[in-house]
Design a protein around this ligand. Structure first.
Ligand SMILES: *Cc1c(COP(=O)(O)O)cnc(C)c1O
Length: 226
């Protein structure tokens, strides 16, 4: 094994993902790296793109469109931040994956926009595993009914579940809870794990990890253009 100090951040993160997958008895190819480019300057993103990374995550529709329009050929773009219904049309037209489906009104509008566009992003239901009032996501106790409603009432195909655990708690129980909710709803894709905890997430079954600062460095403060 090469000394990780000599690897680029992208190579180092990929190596850590592969090691965590193997340690869990899993195939490293079963874990997708979503490189979270939000609030990052292009100078930080460009080398990662050049090194072959093709899947990126963004948390704002407008910022993502500004950054990626015209340079998104061959890329898979994930929306990982909260989605307002008035941005649903743009999001459906722009992203390959929307990970923040978390309420019936959004499900209804997404279903309408998917119908209209004739293009369906892959959808993840976000679960607020820590039941934090300030955080997006459906409450764990409402997740089963919401997933059923998405599928039944709105005819949406759900690919998996996503969560962002509370910052001040060990993430493992949150990852375990997300995996449990997925299992009982017949879902096998889990978007969980960020720079600080992606190895733990992989141990609990993450099929995609959303990694920002470990790849690109510390972000510009939220709300300020990078
Ligand atoms: C910003 C963000 C990430 C990446 O966080 P890092 O700690 O920088 O890896 C992952 N997921 C979501 C939902 C985010 O908003």
């Amino acid at each position: 094994m090469t000394d990780q100090d000599q690897l680029s951040p992208l190579e180092a993160v990929r190596a850590r993902i592969a090691a965590a997958a193997r340690a869990a008895g899993r195939d490293p190819a079963g874990v997708t790296l979503v490189a979270v480019s939000k609030q990052q300057p292009w100078d930080s993103i460009e080398p990662v793109l050049r090194a072959g990374q093709r899947t990126f995550g963004e948390n704002r529709v407008q910022e993502a469109m500004e950054r990626w329009t015209g340079r998104r050929e061959g890329l898979t773009l994930h929306l990982i931040g909260p989605l307002q219904t008035n941005k649903a049309r743009e999001a459906v037209g722009f992203f390959e994956v929307i990970e923040s489906l978390d309420r019936p009104k959004l499900a209804r509008v997404l279903a309408e926009e998917i119908q209209r566009a004739g293009r369906a992003p892959r959808l993840y239901v976000q679960v607020n595993t820590g039941e934090e009032p300030q955080k997006a996501g459906i409450a764990p106790g409402e997740a089963d009914a919401f997933i059923a409603e998405c599928r039944g009432a709105f005819g949406l195909s759900i690919e998996g579940l996503m969560c962002v655990p509370p910052q001040d708690e060990p993430p493992a129980m949150h990852f375990a809870l997300l995996a449990k909710i997925a299992r009982r709803n017949g879902l096998d894709r889990l978007s969980m794990g960020m720079s600080g905890d992606f190895e733990t997430a992989i141990a609990f079954g993450a099929t995609s990890v959303r990694v920002g600062s470990a790849l690109f460095g510390v972000r510009a403060p939220a709300g300020r253009p990078a």
